[in-house]
Design a protein around this ligand. Structure first.
Ligand code: EPZ
Length: 426
C-alpha cells in the first residue's frame, strides 16, 4: 500500500485525537499484574495495539476487542513466561511485559529487542533495575532472562530518564517486599497514566511525573476498568501539520499542559496557538512563511523527540536557518534523506541537523523509514507542489489511527493506493 498526496492545499476544520499509543501499550502489558479481567477504554485502533494483544495472547491471556473500541484483557490464564520472539522483534514495546511477568511469576525470558531506524535501543537500564530488586539476570545468544524467588524493594537511580525502564521497574516493584525509590525517573504523562492504572489495581505508587517515584510493594492486585489519556504526539502532529501546510485546525481531545514545549516553539515560528481546556487551535495564514528557529529534543517536559521529524518538515519551508539537536535518539534523521528529494536543504552531522528553509518543496516518490519520519513526509507532501507517492505507510499505521483519513477530513488531498507496480503496457 502507498499514499498518493497532492499539494499544496491548506488544512481547515476540526480533528479529534485518539488514545495514547505510548500509554495504551504499557497499560496493556501492566494488565498482566491484574487479579482478573480489565476493561481498557480509549485504546487506539493501531497495528501496535494488535501486536501487543498478540504478545499477551501468546503468554496465555485472553484479549477481547469490543465494537465500542474497548478491549478486555484477562491475565488469569497466563502460563508462558517468554513473549513471542517474532513480536518482540516487530515491536520493541513488547518488552514491557518483563516487569509484570517477573513480579507475578518470578521469571521472564525474552529475545533482546533489535535496534530500529531511529538508532540502537538497549535495555541495560531495565535489567539494572530488575537486578537491584534482586533478580538474577542472564544474557546469552541474543536472549535475556530475569529470575527471582522474591523481589525486594531497592533504591534505584537511572543513568538516563528512560521511559521504558521507568515503566518496567515500576511494574516489577509493585509486588516486591518493601519500598522501591526510583530516581532520575522519566516524567512523561504516559508514566502518570500507568501509575494511575496500577494504583487502580491496588498498587501503592507515588511521584510519577516527577523524577522520583516511590513504590510500596503490596501483596496482591485486583482488576479494574480504565481509560487511557489522549495521544499527545498525535495532537502534536496535527498542530505541526498546520505549521507545515498552513490553515487553521481545532484539535480536540488534547491536553494543552502536555504540549507546552511544542507550543512555545510553534509560537516562535509565527504559528498562532489558542489553548482551550481540552483542545488546541493552531493557525497559520495560508502561504505566509514561518520564521526559522532552533530546537533540542529532550526527555519530557523538554521538546519531544517524537515530534522532531514533523517540526523539521515545517522548518524546511521556513525563512532562515534552523539547528535541530536530537538529544534522545541521535540517529533519528533518516527521513531527511527523503525530504531532500523534495528539494529541502538539510545537512545532518550526527545528532545535529541544519535546515536552510526553501520557498517551496516539490512532490516526488518517497519511502517512509519509520513512524514519525513517515508522518513528517506526509506533512511535507501536503505542502509540496505537485503529487507525491509515499511507500512504507505500514510504519505510519503502526502508531496513528488513520492519519491519512483524519487529514483528508481537514481538506488534504491524500488517498491510499495499491502500491503494486503498474503493469507495463503492451
Ligand atoms: C519510548 O521509547 C517511546 N515508545 C518512544 O516513542 C519515545 O521516543 C521514547 O520513549 C522517548 O520519549 C513507547 O513508549 C512505546 P527511552 P523508549 O527508554 O522507552 C536510551 C514513538 O515514535 N536507553 O526513554 O524505548 C535509549 O537508547 C516512539 O512513539 C538506554 O540507553 O525510550 C534512548 O537513547 C519512538 N538504555 C534513551 O535512553 C535503556 O535501557 C531514551 O530511550 C533504555 C533506554
Amino acid at each position: 500500500m502507498k499514499l498518493k498526496i497532492t499539494g499544496p492545499r491548506p488544512l481547515y476544520g476540526l480533528v479529534k485525537v485518539g488514545g495514547a499509543k505510548n500509554a495504551a501499550l504499557k497499560i496493556m502489558a501492566a494488565s498482566l499484574l491484574a487479579g482478573g479481567p480489565c476493561k481498557l477504554m480509549g485504546i487506539p485502533q493501531i497495528a501496535d495495539v494488535n501486536t501487543m494483544a498478540g504478545v499477551l495472547k501468546g503468554l496465555g491471556a485472553t484479549v477481547d476487542f469490543h465494537k465500542d473500541g474497548s478491549i478486555v484483557i484477562d491475565p488469569s490464564g497466563v502460563s508462558k513466561l517468554e513473549p513471542s520472539e517474532e513480536l518482540v522483534i516487530r515491536m520493541r514495546a513488547s518488552i514491557q511485559v518483563m516487569g509484570p511477568l517477573l513480579a507475578r511469576f518470578g521469571y521472564v525470558k525474552t529475545r533482546q529487542p533489535g535496534g530500529c531506524n531511529i538508532g540502537p535501543r538497549p535495555i541495560d537500564l531495565h535489567l539494572k533495575g530488575f537486578s537491584a530488586l534482586g533478580a538474577e539476570i542472564r544474557e546469552e545468544y541474543g536472549y535475556v532472562s530475569a529470575q527471582a524467588s522474591t523481589l525486594r524493594g531497592a533504591e534505584i537511580l537511572l543513568d538516563i530518564p528512560s521511559v521504558g525502564a521507568t515503566e518496567n521497574i515500576m511494574t516489577a516493584a509493585c509486588l516486591a517486599e518493601g519500598t522501591t525509590i526510583l530516581r532520575n525517573a522519566a516524567r512523561e504523562p504516559e508514566i502518570i497514566d500507568e501509575q494511575n492504572f496500577l494504583n487502580r489495581l491496588g498498587a501503592n505508587i507515588k511521584g510519577a511525573g516527577t523524577d522520583t517515584i516511590k513504590i510500596e510493594g503490596v501483596r496482591e492486585l485486583h482488576a479494574t476498568d480504565y481509560t487511557v489519556i489522549p495521544d499527545r504526539i498525535e495532537a502534536a502532529t496535527f498542530m505541526t501539520a498546520i505549521a507545515v501546510v498552513g490553515g487553521e485546525a481545532c484539535i480536540e481531545n488534547t491536553i494543552p499542559e502536555h504540549q507546552q514545549a511544542l507550543i512555545a516553539k510553534l509560537r516562535e515560528t509565527g504559528v498562532e496557538i489558542i489553548e482551550g481546556d481540552n483542545y488546541v487551535i493552531a493557525k497559520r495564514p495560508w502561504q505566509k512563511r514561518l520564521q526559522a528557529t532552533n530546537i533540542r529534543t529532550l526527555p519530557y517536559p523538554g521538546f519531544p523527540t517524537d515530534v522532531q521529524p514533523q517540526f523539521v518538515a515545517a522548518m524546511s519551508l521556513a525563512e532562515g536557518t534552523s539547528e535541530i539537536i536530537e538529544g534522545v535518539f541521535p540517529l533519528r534523521f533518516k527521513y531527511t534523506e527523503e525530504l531532500t528529494k523534495m528539494g529541502a536543504k538539510v545537512t545532518v552531522d550526527g545528532k545535529l541537523a541544519v535546515i536552510t528553509g526553501v520557498p517551496a518543496l516539490h512532490g516526488t516518490t518517497l519511502e517512509a523509514p519509520d513512524l514519525r519520519g513517515g508522518a513528517a513526509l506526509i506533512l511535507a507532501a501536503l505542502a509540496a507542489e505537485g503529487t507525491t507517492e509515499l511507500g512504507g505507510i505500514e510504519h505510519i499505521d503502526r502508531g496513528y489511527e488513520d492519519l491519512p483519513g483524519k487529514l483528508s477530513l481537514l481538506g488534504a488531498s491524500i488517498e491510499r493506493i495499491n502500491g503494486a507496480k503498474k503493469r507495463q503496457a503492451g
